[in-house]
Design a protein around this ligand. Structure first.
Ligand SMILES: C[S@@+](CC[C@H](N)C(=O)[O-])C[C@H]1O[C@@H](n2cnc3c(N)ncnc32)[C@H](O)[C@@H]1O
Length: 457
């Protein structure tokens, strides 16, 4: 066991990783609501292209079929600010000129956090589809309130990394499980310890932010895989593990996939999920790759996609496909795509720039792309200067942000096509990008932890 520095105070005991991860995440989402997006961005929270690709795919598959009882029920699990649902429904309505699909759709947004669902119900883009959607507060590993075999399509984006995950380590033929324990530097009151233990959201929400001051200690203890869910599948998968590399075992995703199998109707379009993790066994066995992340106190684990594919097959899904997320969006748009951040990371000076100069470069890159890009939705990107930005650069950032187009690239992680980037070559050159930087942005091999799309049918 590791020995925490003496001045740290434990908030509980060492427990398997999934215990503390789910405990902390339910506090995080329960007290922050839609403010979560101040801590991290997702590929769907402002951008529309992934949602449109899903809508185009659903439309192509559903048209020409008639749903049982006249309704295609779609479910999304873990819904954030509701932008994916809103853009999906808007795109479906737009392409369905013959009213073959959109009038029969009902979209159910499922989330564990009431704060999140409150935000969703006030999402203006989604309100345009009033009557076509509903919200249900439910835990994605349970979902017991729905009738089996009643759902036509299930979607989730970046939820598996939040669900229960255990961590396994192989050492000389034996298996060890990761245990975690949270610590604080300052002495917490008895009241706080009780509220923390009981996840008393109303009380915890009144406190100054404590989540990102938690210090996590870890430890590995011997474990018998026979006691784990889907033990036979897991044992066969673990044979491939290299020694000493922590491997996430996303048991919450196992339950979600099993639930999807139970809920999908005889006529269905599968369970589609997007998440961040290792696409192949080689990626899993890559030494030194990260296996967890902390964002503003939220605790996420990378997703082990090869294992989830094995679990999906053992549950009874017969067609399972895995690809990089940008391939899925690119195929829909008929062109290779990257996010704006990927483009900027290939700028020749970016690595040596001060953080505020990187903000200025990002805003310049947005302006350059906005000369050719027109979003189907209006909404100006909010781009505040970060803490510590010197006055001169702060002014420059404010001016650049104010002048951003209301129909421009909607996010710094928004997808842009090769044609759009090449059409903006002239203003990009002025910012210091060379053609070879753009080529390498589109050709870089994917890192061992990437955004991946998996489809279970
Ligand atoms: C990382 S956010 C992603 C949100 C959205 N899908 C997106 O990509 O912007 C995870 C979402 O899953 C929800 N969530 C986390 N754990 C959950 C659980 N056990 N059951 C249902 N929803 C959960 C959170 O409240 C949050 O809305």
């Amino acid at each position: 066991m590791t020995h925490p520095p003496q001045n740290l105070i434990a908030l509980g005991d060492f427990k398997p990783s999934d215990f503390w991860q789910t405990h902390i995440n339910s506090i995080f989402y329960g007290i922050k609501g839609p403010q979560i997006h101040n801590h991290f961005q997702t590929y769907v929270s402002l951008d529309h292209r992934l949602a449109h690709a899903l809508a185009n795919d659903f439309y192509a598959k559903a048209r020409g079929h008639h749903p049982e009882n006249d309704i295609w029920y779609l479910q999304e699990w873990g819904v954030g600010n509701g932008n994916l649902a809103a853009c999906f429904l808007s795109r479906l309505r737009e392409i369905d000129s013959e009213n073959e699909v959109y009038p029969f759709v009902h979209y159910i947004l499922c989330d564990e956090s009431e704060e999140i669902l409150k935000g969703v119900r006030s999402n203006a883009r989604l309100q345009e589809h009033s009557g076509k959607f509903s919200t249900v507060r439910i835990h994605a590993e349970q979902l017991d309130c729905f009738r089996p075999h009643s759902v036509a399509k299930i979607i989730s984006n970046e939820i598996w990394d939040d669900l229960s995950t255990k961590v396994l380590l192989k050492h000389q033929g034996l298996y060890y499980e990761e245990y975690l324990c949270p610590f604080l530097e300052t002495l917490p009151t008895e009241d706080f310890l009780e509220q923390f233990k009981n996840r008393d959201l109303a009380e915890l929400a009144q406190l100054p932010n404590f989540l990102d001051t938690i210090h996590w200690e870890r430890d590995f203890q011997r474990v018998d895989l026979d006691d784990w869910p889907f033990a036979e599948t897991l044992k066969a998968h673990a044979e491939n593990f290299k020694d000493e590399i922590p491997m996430p075992v996303n048991t919450g995703a196992f339950s979600a996939i099993a639930k999807a199998k139970e809920l999908l109707a005889p006529m269905n379009f599968g369970y589609t999920s997007f998440d961040y993790g290792m696409k192949t066994i080689q990626d899993l066995n890559q030494e030194g790759r990260p296996y967890f992340n902390l964002y503003g106190g939220q605790y996420t684990f990378m997703v082990n996609f090869p294992l989830l594919e094995d679990i999906g097959r053992s549950i009874g899904f017969t067609k399972i496909t895995r690809e990089y997320q940008n391939q899925f969006v690119g195929e829909d748009l008929g062109s290779a795509v990257i996010s704006l951040v990927d483009l900027m990371q290939n700028h020749p000076q970016v690595a040596s720039m001060a953080p505020w100069d990187r903000d200025i470069l990002m805003l310049g890159t947005l302006h350059a792309l906005n000369t050719v890009y027109r979003s189907p939705y209006s909404g100006k990107l909010n781009y505040p200067a970060m803490e510590g930005t010197p006055k001169k650069q702060r002014k420059q950032i404010a001016k650049l942000a104010e002048n951003l187009s209301g129909r421009g690239v909607p996010d710094t992680v928004a997808y842009v096509t090769r044609e759009e980037v090449l059409a903006a070559l002239k203003p990009l050159r002025k910012l210091g990008y060379r053609e070879k930087d753009i080529q390498s942005a589109f050709q870089s091999p994917p890192p061992p932890v990437s955004f991946v799309h998996i489809q279970f049918s």
